[in-house]
Design a protein. Structure first.
Length: 312
């Protein structure tokens, strides 16, 4: 098979042996694979894949057809359309995935949307609902609302009945983010629009002091992105008075059991919205596998709304 391959910080399309599904696994003929910030870090050697996943083939999410099933598989059969998150190896023509991490793809959802949905929607749902417990009527603030996780969180918050706000630095994208259901704010001065019950931090350390100031009583701050910095100083006294909570999370290093739980939560609470069309996967641009380097350059250039997706 061919796959995006990391060699000394560069990207090439290289041949690899076809993977074989083990116990509980299925072999996927990959049709589409979304790009994520973690792929950019892995390329630079800053975010290695977890044990058991390919170290030189990036890709945290994929969609495709089941080509073959391994022993002790019970749910999916060859030809089924599926999508899911993986520890790595998604940006290839073939990939093996444990069937408990997979989610069925409705027939009317295209491959680019399916390939760009699992990582961002799983991450957003896990942070704001499973962990932060967002409820109808609460006020949600999403920092970095134009990215993949940001657009996912905005739509899920809207569908849950929350009042959604989002900071977007690129003025050219603000109207399109607002169309997803958020009141869009400039990154500077967002505290004036608080207090917020849940703050989804996708940017990093620079926002943290003001996040605490903008937090409502019993508010929760979910940190899942640190691209702008990882170290921040916060006023713990202010956090104590508000009885607030700060937590941070990633999904990639979790064991199979925990990833399976996120897949079932996605299937139960996100998939119906995708299937009905109430929630969509904004696609910024697609690239064929042979143009993976161009896709990575487009991702790092910024100024996009939604997902960059490789099409196999």
């Amino acid at each position: 098979m061919r796959a995006v391959t990391i060699k000394d910080g560069d990207l090439v399309i290289a041949e690899h042996p076809d993977p074989e599904p083990g116990s509980g696994e299925v072999l996927i003929k990959v049709r589409a694979a979304g790009l994520n910030g973690a792929d950019m870090h892995q390329r630079l050697g800053r975010y290695p894949a977890p044990p058991g996943s390919p170290q030189d083939i990036p890709g945290l999410e994929l969609a495709g057809e089941v080509a073959e099933t391994g022993a002790n598989t019970f749910r999916f059969k060859p030809g089924d359309r599926v999508m899911g998150i993986v520890g790595g190896g998604g940006q290839a023509e073939l990939a093996t995935v444990h069937e408990r991490q997979l989610i069925p793809v409705p027939d009317h959802i295209g491959w680019p949307e399916a390939g760009g949905a699992p990582e961002t929607f799983t991450t957003a749902h896990d942070a704001i609902f499973t962990q932060a417990g967002l409820r109808s009527g609460e006020r949600l603030l999403v920092h970095g609302g134009a990215g993949g996780v940001g657009t996912s969180a905005i739509q899920l918050g809207r569908e849950a009945g929350a009042q959604v706000y989002a900071t977007v630095r690129n003025e050219a994208l603000r109207d399109r983010v607002a169309d997803l259901g958020a009141t869009v704010l400039a990154p500077e001065g967002f505290t004036e629009h608080g207090p917020f019950d849940v703050i989804l931090e996708l940017v990093g350390a620079p926002n943290m002091p003001d996040n605490v100031n903008a937090l409502n009583t019993l508010g929760r701050i979910a940190v899942i992105g640190i691209g702008a910095g990882a170290k921040a100083e916060v006023h713990l006294g202010a956090l104590m008075v508000k009885r607030g909570r700060i937590f941070a999370s990633t999904i990639r290093p979790r064991p199979l059991e925990e990833k399976a739980l996120t897949a079932r939560a996605f299937e139960r609470e996100v998939l119906p919205h995708l299937a009905s069309g109430a929630v969509k996967v904004p696609i910024a641009e697609t690239f064929p596998l042979d143009q993976a380097l161009d896709a990575y350059d487009r991702f790092t250039a910024g100024g996009k709304l939604g997902k960059i997706v490789l099409i196999m």
